[in-house]
Design a binder for this molecule. Structure first.
Ligand code: SF4
Length: 595
């Protein structure tokens, strides 16, 4: 029995048409779901150089084979598109309940094409789907949109929506679903360009099919035991959220401060997970089927909301030299309300603050100006005053000021909260990431700082190529099974293979997962090459390559050479024929004309 049905809905917003469909079984086996299937469809169905804002760009919401099975940490979904911030292939992953709800309605995926002439929202239930007028919702922030939709569609619906930032095409606008976010890359702006304000999914009764229920129950039992035994998943994340990383990253000197001009701060502890728990925490929040519950529900007194997580504490706090927890939390709530990615918001503001410090950009915000954070965030979301420039993201903003090197971004995506001059492998992971400056394609902080699965020398460049590839491939598979990354603190590829085999009824060995991930990684590379994003863009902001901290820069050239050799790519970073043949990707060479 094959427990992964591949049912999809195609929604053409230009034509106002909705059709049911199914994706080929072969794709299910070779790309699994989520990010993998998203990449395959973008490759097959969008033309080369399509405009991220245009009708031809697709927005694909996908579940995975494990979604709806109740497996711990599997209640997530992903969105894939060509990103307006980077121009690369992009997928974003979210722990809201939309994926589980889609499965309940008998659906695995939505493919949204075209652009509606007027604002609409999509309603899905077990009997079908239809588009409804959203003119009255356009302009509302996220809480107001959800309240209005619940009034129209019922209290129990799941709502994925954008806020004003998405409508105003801020290049790093996000989407919200049940207090969780499709954060990075501007997925919310693609929805805005399509004039799709929201997706509403009603309750359905369909159960996800499972090939071998008895085997699955046992694997889940074991997995729960491992999650309980692991200190990160049983204590660190539940008690302190991801903010538990703050003090450690500061201690080891990889916490970026002032737009990566320094790597530690004596005040960082004021924004630690421990401080969040002591001062503002109301409770935990979990994605569906997750016993870890790393999310934070907090209150500053006057305001209440979700977050801040580690990356936000850093981006809006440490990196901006704002060490007031309430101000940072409230800036986070505002980003949540307006629909902005907090990492890119903070990264862009830090870039503006550095240019203000150097006298290159007037207006904007200076480091330490915490009381100006909210005003700047509003200006970005509504593209008011200098916010209009900042809404383009740090790279386009810095380029317009004729100092592009001040943008701490890779391929246009602002870097997260780890300075790679103190973790060489993380530098390679950033540079080679297909979606730009991201710590989730390969989290080398695991082996280089946390000692997970085992400690390696973080200052050593040699030998990092293989480790990065191992993580990139496995993570591509996890994103396609649609499993939370934090599960990998407690279990390894053998567990993922057993979960997949139990649900699908197919024989998956750990090595198969790495091959699937490698295929997805190479297909994403082919997509980026097709868009003109070549190996020369597998690099880092010059600051990380030329300005030493503690006498160290990132030794990228050494690592890239090894990386490309291990990947079976040529010296310029292009996959070679032999590699593509082995991955059954050779026939992909001439695609990209659209279908
Ligand atoms: S660990 Fe956190 S992010 Fe992962 S599934 Fe659980 S609540 Fe969601």
């Amino acid at each position: 029995m094959f427990g992964w049905m591949g049912k999809l809905l195609r929604v053409s917003l230009s034509l106002g048409k909705i059709e049911e469909g199914e994706f080929p079984r072969e794709w299910r086996e070779t790309y699994l779901g989520g990010r993998g299937i998203g990449a395959k469809i973008l490759w097959e169905e969008t033309p080369a150089n399509c405009d991220p804002w245009g009708e031809e760009n697709l927005l694909i919401f996908a579940t995975g084979p494990l979604t709806g099975t109740g497996i711990p940490m599997s209640g997530r979904f992903s969105a894939s598109t060509k990103a307006p911030l980077t121009g690369t292939i992009f997928d974003s992953n979210c722990g809201g309940d939309l994926g589980v709800r889609l499965k309940g309605c008998g659906l695995d995926m939505l493919i949204i094409s075209g652009c509606s002439p007027t604002p609409v929202y999509l309603v899905i239930d077990a009997t079908g789907a239809h588009l409804k007028d959203a003119v009255g919702l356009w302009g509302m922030d996220i809480p107001a949109t959800k309240a209005a939709l619940k009034q129209k569609e019922g209290d129990t619906v799941s709502i994925l929506t954008i806020g004003p930032a998405g409508e105003n095409l801020v290049r790093f606008a996000c989407c919200e679903n049940n207090g969780r976010y499709l954060g990075r890359g501007g997925v919310g702006a693609v929805m805005g360009a399509k004039r799709l304000k929201a997706i509403v999914v009603k309750m359905g009764e369909r159960k996800t099919s499972i090939a071998d229920g008895e085997r699955l129950r046992f694997v889940i039992y074991e997995m729960r035991k491992w999650l309980e035994a692991n200190p990160v998943t049983s204590q660190g994340l539940p008690h302190f959220g991801t903010g538990v990383l703050m003090n450690l990253m500061n201690e080891v000197g990889i916490l970026p401060v002032k737009n990566f001009q320094r790597v530690s701060s004596p005040q960082a502890a004021l924004l630690s997970g421990e401080e969040v728990s002591e001062k503002i925490l109301l409770g935990q929040k979990a994605c569906p089927h997750c016993p870890v519950a790393c999310g934070r529900v907090t209150s500053t007194g006057p305001e209440r909301g979700e977050g801040p997580e580690y990356e936000t504490l850093w981006a809006l706090g440490v990196n901006m030299e704002v060490y007031n927890l309430s101000l940072v939390a409230e800036a986070n709530y505002l980003c949540n309300r307006l629909g902005l990615d907090t990492i890119s918001t903070g990264g862009t503001l830090a870039c503006a603050a550095e240019l203000a410090e150097k006298g290159i950009f007037r207006g904007g915000i200076k480091f330490g100006e915490g009381d100006k954070l909210k005003e700047m965030i509003e200006n970005i979301a509504y593209r008011r005053e200098e916010g209009d420039l900042l809404a383009e993201g740090s790279y386009r903003f810095a380029e317009a000021q004729k100092v592009p090197d001040t943008s701490m971004a890779v391929k246009g995506l602002e870097l997260p909260a780890y300075d790679p001059r103190g973790a060489q492998g993380q530098g390679l992971a950033y540079a080679t990431s297909q979606r730009g400056g991201c710590h989730l394609r390969a989290y080398m902080i695991g082996p280089e700082v946390l000692g997970v699965p085992k400690m390696v020398d973080r200052f050593e460049a040699e030998g990092k190529g293989g480790l990065v590839i191992f993580q990139q491939d496995l993570n591509a598979t996890l994103d396609s099974m649609v499993m939370c990354r934090f599960s990998s603190f407690a279990v390894g590829d053998d567990y993922y293979a057993r979960l997949l085999a139990s649900v699908t009824g197919l024989d998956y060995e750990p090595q198969d997962l790495h091959v699937i991930g490698e295929r997805i990684w190479n297909l994403e590379k082919l997509y980026n090459l097709r868009e003109g994003i070549g190996g020369d863009q597998d690099t880092l902001p010059p600051r990380l390559l030329r300005e030493p901290v503690k006498e160290r820069v990132v030794s990228l050239e050494t690592m890239l050479e090894e990386y490309r050799r291990f990947r079976g790519w040529d010296k310029k970073g292009k996959p070679q024929k032999e590699k593509l043949k082995r991955l059954n990707l050779l026939e992909e060479k001439n695609n990209g004309k659209g279908t």
